[in-house]
Design a protein around this ligand. Structure first.
Ligand code: URP
Ligand code: ZN
Ligand code: ZN
Length: 467
């Protein structure tokens, strides 16, 4: 079965042109400049007039039904992948999580069983190492061959839970330097943060804003610096800083890159659009909705402008959501009214493409850069070889995006299983019209046509990541 997507403007990470895309089954067969499309093709036609035709979004950092020990993030793999699809994301990469003393391979198998048969779009996993030891590293290395898992995640935060000390970091990074696996790192100085949290609580400072104040940008920047040094000492491990939120941390990435460190970084829509005072500053209960780590930063500093500039200038390679939703009363507020017991995370998997498109309308980034940071770069960095591009042979994951539409964000209309939205009431320029996943139209004008389980697990390659 062939489909011709016609009359649109094809936009990729490198160019835009008036062109038609021919899809055969699950794959892209050809892209024809307008006027060059063969006449009389035996193909169903999708009219993409007035739309950008772009590669489907790749969200490389999500947490569906994440088990925190006390609760689970509220989106299941089914509801979260449906929400992603509505927002033009056609691939999600979540995490299997090994904890200290736990077995990596068993953690992967257990997490795989949770997602298997649930997603409406294609999906994959990174492997969290929450307890780096000899066996964990042997097993993590074996995941490349066994499961096509080419990335691990390490935490410099959360002592006693997922934390790696510098020795553990170095050993894991040495393994990545040898294998080429990407080391994703949550870069915050967790030991120092825990002291600040203890002191804030002792002083009676329990409001949501103290979540941010006890996680200062300096402690994010320090950890980014240290991770970069350890990556170099390890022999050039591919390093990827997750959810980078501050100017100081970005400056460390810039300096590390100038030194030749093999470092990449992502930011998230919440750090580009939200701020400490407007959101966490609301106090209880609303402020709790915005508690996430890394935290929101002050609008009186330059973080948001600097992050947009970082995206523009390729110091930041990717925008992911770190989608980690918890309902307000039943989850965020269920464990007490102190910031340190609130489950961390913001939901946003549905709105990443729209929120970052605002950077195009405001002139922060180009159309091509939007596609690069939302689709092409995450696919390339994480070894999703058939995603993020509109080249012949690639998976036909294609979004028709209408720049003249408007999208109003509200918990009453979004598809995420979440009783609030961090972006409630925001009116955005642009909107998703049609979403194709491996040749199937799964969303058209807001209507879903996909069954749970049609999404496939994606084995990923080890990309060549010397900058
Ligand atoms: O607050 C967040 N981001 N929660 C999810 C877990 C993590 O640290 O990425
Ligand atoms: Zn994190
Ligand atoms: Zn995360």
């Amino acid at each position: 079965m062939r489909t011709l997507i016609t009359n649109g403007t094809v936009v990729t990470a490198t160019h835009r042109r008036d062109a038609d895309v021919l899809v055969d089954g699950e794959r892209i067969e050809a892209v024809f400049d307008r006027g060059q499309t063969p006449v009389g093709l035996d193909a169903k036609v999708i009219d993409a007039t007035d739309c950008f035709v772009i590669p489907g979004g790749v969200d490389a950092h999500v947490h569906m039904q994440l088990d925190t020990g006390a609760t689970r993030s509220s989106d299941t793999f089914e509801t979260g992948s449906i929400a992603a699809a509505h927002g033009g994301t056609t691939t999600i990469v979540d995490f299997a999580e090994q904890r200290a003393g736990g077995n990596v391979l068993k953690s992967f198998a257990a997490r795989f069983a949770e997602a298997d048969g649930q997603c409406v779009i294609d999906w994959s996993f990174h492997q969290v190492l929450g307890g780096v030891d000899t066996q964990a590293l042997i097993d993590a290395r074996s995941l490349v061959e066994r499961e096509g898992v080419s990335s691990i995640k390490l935490f410099m935060a959360y002592p006693g839970r997922l934390y790696s000390d510098d020795g553990q970091m170095l050993r894991a990074l040495q393994m990545c330097a040898e294998t080429g696996m990407m080391a994703m790192v949550h870069a915050e100085n967790g030991l120092a943060i825990d002291v600040l949290i203890e002191q804030a609580i002792a002083a009676g400072n329990s409001d949501p804003i103290h979540h941010s104040l006890t996680r200062p940008a300096a402690l994010e920047a320090e950890a980014v610096h240290r991770a970069g040094v350890l990556s170099r000492v390890a022999g050039g491990a591919p390093l990827y800083i997750v959810h980078l939120s501050s100017s100081e941390a970005l400056a460390e990435v810039r300096q590390a890159r100038a030194r030749g460190t093999n470092i990449f970084a992502e930011t998230c829509p919440q750090y580009l659009h939200l701020s400490l005072e407007d959101h966490l500053g609301k106090g209880w209960p609303e402020g709790a909705a915005y508690i996430a780590s890394t935290p929101l930063r002050s609008k009186h500093e330059d973080h948001r402008d600097d992050l947009w500039k970082g995206l523009r200038e390729d110091e930041l390679a990717v925008v992911s959501t770190d989608h980690c939703p918890f309902c307000l009363r039943e989850q965020k507020l269920a464990f007490g009214d102190s910031f340190n017991v609130v489950p961390n995370g913001i939901g946003g998997v549905e709105h990443r493409m729209d929120l970052i498109y605002q950077g195009v309308t405001s002139g922060e980034i180009s159309l091509e850069r939007w596609v690069e940071v939302c689709s092409a770069a995450p696919a390339r960095l994480f070894g999703l070889d058939n995603k993020g591009r509109l080249d012949p042979g690639c998976d036909a994951d294609i979004v028709m995006y209408d720049p003249s539409a408007t999208t109003t964000i509200s918990a009453t209309t979004h598809h995420m299983k979440l009783d609030h939205s961090a972006y409630e009431g925001m009116v955005l320029q642009g909107g998703v019209r049609t979403v194709m996943s491996r040749g199937d139209v799964i969303v058209d004008r807001g209507v879903l046509n996909a069954r749970a389980g049609r999404g496939r697990f994606l084995r990923r390659s080890v990309p060549a990541l010397i900058r």
